[in-house]
Every structure is written in C-alpha cells, then in structure tokens.
Design a protein around this ligand. Structure first.
Ligand SMILES: Cc1cc2nc3c(=O)[nH]c(=O)nc-3n(C[C@H](O)[C@H](O)[C@H](O)COP(=O)(O)OP(=O)(O)OC[C@H]3O[C@@H](n4cnc5c(N)ncnc54)[C@H](O)[C@@H]3O)c2cc1C
Length: 367
C-alpha cells in the first residue's frame, strides 16, 4: 500500500518512519524551512527552533504516557538516523506547594513510577541557584531521560530514518487532495503524486487540505530569547528546563542555554499570558512573519528577570510561533474516510511525544 504523509514536521516525519519500517511504500511530502521567514509566502511550521522541553512528568496522565513512550525510543531514532537531537539537561516542574497543579503532577508521578526529586526552600535554592522562586514553591526535578530535544534535528532524524527504511521524501507543499476510485491524488507545487491512502499531518495548515474542517484552535505564541556571553553560559551549566505554574496562575517555561544557527547561545522563555486565536491561515502566516508581540516580550522579560535575577536581559529578541489545540486538549488522530486520516494538534506539547503520536497515526491510517 502506498501512503502519502503530508507534512514533514515532528508528527508527520514520525508517522512516515513507523509506516516505512512496517513495510509500506511511503511518500513524505513537505517543504524545507525557508531561509527568510519575514519574506516567506508559503506555509510555516511550529517546530522551526532549536529547543523543545521533554519530560515524563505532566499534570495530565495522557501527555505523560505518550511522552514516556517517545522518550524511550529517542536513542533508537538517533541510532537509525545517525542524527542526535536529545540533550539530557534534566527537567523541572515548579508550582505552589499544595496547589491542584502540583497534586496532579504528583499523582501522575506516583501512577507511572516516574523518578523525580522533590525540592523546595533552602535545598532548592542551593541545588539550583540560577532560579529565585518566591516562598511556598515546590518543585519536581527529573534528572534522567528529560531535558530538551532539538525539534529541527528530531525531524531530520525521523526523516532520515524513514528514508533509510524506504520512504521517498518529496520537498513540496500540497495544494489540494483529490480522492477518486483508485486512491488520492496529491496536487503539490512540485507535481502530482498518487497514493492509496493519505495522512494529513501538516499542523496549523490542516484545514486548508481537509474536506471538512476540524475544530482546531490555532493560537499566537511569542517566545523571548536572551543572548548570553560565554561566562554566563558557564554559570548556567546545570540549568534544567523549567515549567513554572506561578502563584498567579500563569505557566511560563524556560530552556537552558542552547546554541542557535547564528552561533550564539540563548536562554529562552515562552508562555503567553493570554490565548490569542488566529482566525485564518492568512492571519497565521502574518503572525509568523511578525516576529511576535512586543507586549508579550516585555511581560516575559519581567518574568525572567524576577525568576533569574542573575541573567542579563539587555540583549533580547522575540520570535513568533503557533500552537494548535482541539477542544478536548488531545491530538486529532483519526480516520476521516476510507482513504484519508489526520494527525494534528500537538496542543502546545507535541514535539517531545511526536514519535508516539506518529506511531498511533501510522496504526490509524493502515487499519
Ligand atoms: C513557542 C512554542 C513552544 C513549544 N514548546 C514545546 C515544548 O517545550 N515541548 C513540546 O513537546 N512541544 C512544544 N511545542 C509544541 C510543538 O512544537 C508542536 O506540538 C509540534 O511542532 C507539532 O508538530 P506537527 O508535526 O503537528 O506540526 P508542525 O511542527 O507545524 O509541522 C507541520 C509541517 O507541515 C508542513 N506543512 C504545512 N502545510 C503543508 C502542506 N500544505 N503541504 C506539505 N507540508 C505542509 C509544515 O511546513 C511543517 O513542516 C511548542 C510550540 C511552540 C509554538
């Protein structure tokens, strides 16, 4: 059976690897990342970055389970492709002690037997002097099997592993899908392709290809980056990733120093104070080209200045991204008809667990 996977992102590339390893003829169709995003007029992606947090702990047992299944296969994917993408920096979750959020994290930890230390007060300050939490904050720290993945390299690894398993990689953007008696024609900007079945896995652009739109919410996200000098990088040598439920109810997240394609090391903070939906694909593309919101960037700068008082926040820039949600806060992975399936909506955390979401999608499209 020939299966066309539309979208060469974390989920689509993972599905392609699983399908190719299962012996199917796979076409993995998606464009390369543009060199100049501000001038780009095509589709964008939610993974064009160097860092995504990965961890087993989560307040939601579903997201913990799919993340653990994926993390368990990182080494295999790296070996199959020859491309590394995982950095075991450790991952921390912080929240007010006794809060509902921390209770849910603790429940998932207990249910799944996740190894994580509980740190608070003077012990927390001594172990992680880079952070200055207010009183009353409790943390869970996962030292092993957690940290960050490089999503660009993860997609490259999945794509290469899929290719080595026989998948054909097509650098093209799908313009429309035409279902007929013998299969699906995928009309792209680089020619037409025919497949028995198709898996639509193109993130925030899914509804441009689907016959009936799914109820997907695409939210504007701003990320603030802080450039570091070498001595600052050295001082942050043991900084883990951090997801922090603040006493005020916001959930910023931080990544430790990571090198970017411009050669510089950056700490970054994400987590918007509000969910701002983008109503159309034109609005999504405009948002990506905008480079993010100055107001959200200022909010993030204030947050990180309070949380990491030693950090020099002078050299800051923002970037734009989007997250795609379903009303159920679960990915949309399902069969739409005899020939077409869909696997989209990472719900803001679909990079770390993409291999498991791709594996599930591969099962759905071939069922
Ligand atoms: C700021 C930010 C921070 C995040 N932090 C984390 C984190 O710390 N941890 C975590 O696990 N997740 C995180 N996420 C979420 C994660 O990045 C996404 O869930 C993940 O990228 C979703 O993967 P995807 O394959 O569904 O979509 P995408 O990454 O958007 O990939 C879809 C692909 O489809 C392609 N495409 C689009 N249209 C077409 C078309 N017509 N034809 C062919 N190809 C097409 C695109 O070019 C793209 O390559 C974050 C997201 C954002 C925005």
């Amino acid at each position: 059976m020939t299966i066309a996977v539309i979208g060469r992102g974390p989920i689509g590339s993972a599905a392609a690897r699983h399908l190719a390893r299962a012996g199917h003829a796979v076409l993995l169709i998606g464009p390369a990342e543009p060199a100049d995003k501000a001038a780009h007029t095509g589709v964008f992606a939610s993974h064009w970055d160097e860092g995504r947090i990965t961890r087993a702990l989560d307040p939601d047992s579903y997201w913990s389970a799919v993340s653990r299944a994926s993390i368990a296969r990182y080494a295999q994917i790296e070996a199959e492709s020859g491309i590394g993408f995982f950095t075991e920096s450790g991952a921390m979750i912080a929240a007010p002690a006794g809060s509902d959020y921390m209770r849910r994290v603790a429940d998932v930890q207990a249910e799944a037997g996740i190894v994580a230390e509980t740190l608070r007060g003077a012990e927390l300050a001594a172990r992680f002097p880079c952070f200055a939490f207010p009183p009353g904050i409790e943390t869970r720290f996962e030292a092993r099997g957690a940290g960050h993945v490089n999503p660009r390299r993860m997609v490259a690894a999945q794509t290469e592993a899929a290719r080595r398993a026989g998948a054909v990689v097509v650098a093209a953007t799908a313009l429309r899908l035409e279902t007929g008696a013998t299969g699906v024609d995928v009309i792209t900007d680089a020619g037409d392709f025919h497949a028995d079945r198709v898996l639509v896995a193109n993130g925030g652009w899914a509804n441009t290809l689907l016959p009936q739109p799914l109820p997907l919410a695409v939210y504007a996200r701003t990320i603030a980056f802080f450039a570091l000098d070498p001595d600052e990088v050295a001082a942050l040598g043991d900084m883990p990733t951090l997801v922090y439920r603040t006493p005020g109810g916001d959930v910023p997240y931080l990544l430790p120093p990571i090198r970017y394609p411009d050669g510089r090391m950056y700490v970054k903070i994400g987590g918007d104070p509000d969910d701002r939906p983008l109503a159309s694909t034109d609005a999504v593309a405009d948002w990506f080209r905008s480079g993010g919101s100055a107001d959200v960037g200022a909010y993030q700068r204030d947050l990180i200045a309070g949380l990491m008082p030693g950090l020099n926040t002078a050299r800051m820039h923002t970037e734009a991204c989007v997250t795609v949600f379903t009303p159920e806060d679960r990915p949309a992975i399902r069969r739409l008809d005899a020939r077409m399936s869909v696997a989209v909506a990472g719900c803001g955390r679909g990079a770390k667990c993409a291999d498991e979401l791709g594996r599930i999608a591969a099962g759905v499209v071939t069922a």
